[in-house]
Design a protein around this ligand. Structure first.
Ligand code: ADP
Length: 152
């Protein structure tokens, strides 16, 4: 099976109307978009998605951030995509950049558009991208039903 990668457009990307420019960057990677949708988030879904952050002091900030509380998005909307193709995870992660926008290469999505609010300890980094093929499959199962994904 070709490699798949989950991409989420986070609330700061939606508030700043960056959806198009981010998709444009990712489309240049010549991967297939095999699923796409707007999702009304629940805290349970965020906590399941970020299970590896359990016990981290910033977890509650991440939950609030993803729920849109810091970006004036009362409907908890997130955009979710599945990209598929050779080395999808590595290609997308390179284009997305480091977790903390202060450390991300300036030409990456997070380097261009992200912001670290150090005082509040909130990392506004615009997008999520799976960090391994294995994690991608776990995440894709959380966010999409099999019927929503094309077999490209
Ligand atoms: P990535 O999103 O690059 O895979 P992680 O899985 O480590 O990174 O973290 C998930 C999300 O949690 C990050 O994208 C970011 O929004 C938030 N985060 C990570 N580290 C911190 C931190 N030290 N302080 C606040 N928020 C953080």
């Amino acid at each position: 099976m070709k490699e798949r990668c989950l991409v989420l457009m986070k609330p700061d990307a939606l508030e700043k109307r960056l959806t198009g420019i981010i998709l444009d960057r990712l489309e240049r990677l010549e991967l297939d978009i095999v699923a796409a949708k707007a999702v009304c988030l629940t805290e349970d879904l965020i906590r399941a998605h970020y299970q590896h952050l359990a016990g981290k002091p910033f977890l509650e900030n991440v939950v609030r951030y993803m729920m849109g509380d810091y970006n004036h998005l009362p409907n908890h909307k997130i955009l979710a995509f599945v990209f598929q193709g050779e080395e999808a995870v590595a290609k997308i992660r390179r284009t997305v950049g480091a977790t903390n926008p202060d450390n991300a290469a300036p030409w990456t999505i997070r380097g261009n558009f992200g912001k670290f609010d150090k005082a509040a300890d909130i990392v506004y980094n615009c997008v999520h991208a799976s960090d391994s093929a294995q994690d991608a499959e776990r995440e894709i199962n959380l966010w999409f039903s099999p019927q929503e994904i094309l077999d490209a």
